[in-house]
Design a protein around this ligand. Structure first.
Ligand SMILES: [Mg+2]
Length: 158
């Protein structure tokens, strides 16, 4: 089963408002200025150990290589990355109407984690499961794992 994470305000947060992972050592901290929400590498690795594929689904234009290399510095390897370029090419192209900024089910993603209310409300219309996360939450890892497990159980019983 696939789980995807938004980047901005979900995995990338400001140390002014959120607990964060320590910055990368020099010179990587000059290349990758984003700060990770505390516990990000641990959560992603736990999900992968539990048999989940973990993807990034972002509306930003950061390149796949940039995202890959940044997270590799934290020992994290994603199973898939969808950025705005890929979404426009694979999801939006060929549609005259503007589709939602994210359609996780097009990538067979069973649970997407995002901070934006619009992405969450579109889930009800377009039929994908989403967990809303933005504020600092010491329990975020446990809550996301619980949500993923519930969906996995539900899907297994269909
Ligand atoms: Mg976001």
């Amino acid at each position: 089963m696939r789980v995807s994470f938004d980047l901005d305000e979900v995995l990338f947060v400001s140390p002014a408002t959120h607990k964060t992972e320590p910055p990368l050592p020099f010179p990587f901290n000059k290349i990758y200025k984003e700060r990770l929400r505390l516990g990000t590498p641990e959560l992603i690795r736990s999900l992968q150990e539990m048999g989940y594929e973990v993807w990034v689904y972002t509306s930003s234009f950061r390149t796949e290589n940039y995202i890959k290399h940044l997270f590799r510095c934290y020992g994290v390897v994603f199973d898939g990355i969808v950025n705005a370029d890929r979404h426009l090419k694979e999801v939006q192209r060929g549609h005259s109407e503007t589709l939602p900024q994210k359609l996780p089910n097009r990538y067979r993603i069973s649970l997407h984690i995002d901070d934006e209310a619009i992405v969450c409300s579109m889930g009800r219309i377009y039929g994908y499961d989403v967990y809303q996360l933005n504020a600092e939450d010491d329990q975020w890892k446990e809550k996301i794992i619980r949500q993923a497990e519930e969906i996995r159980k539900r899907n297994a019983s269909i």
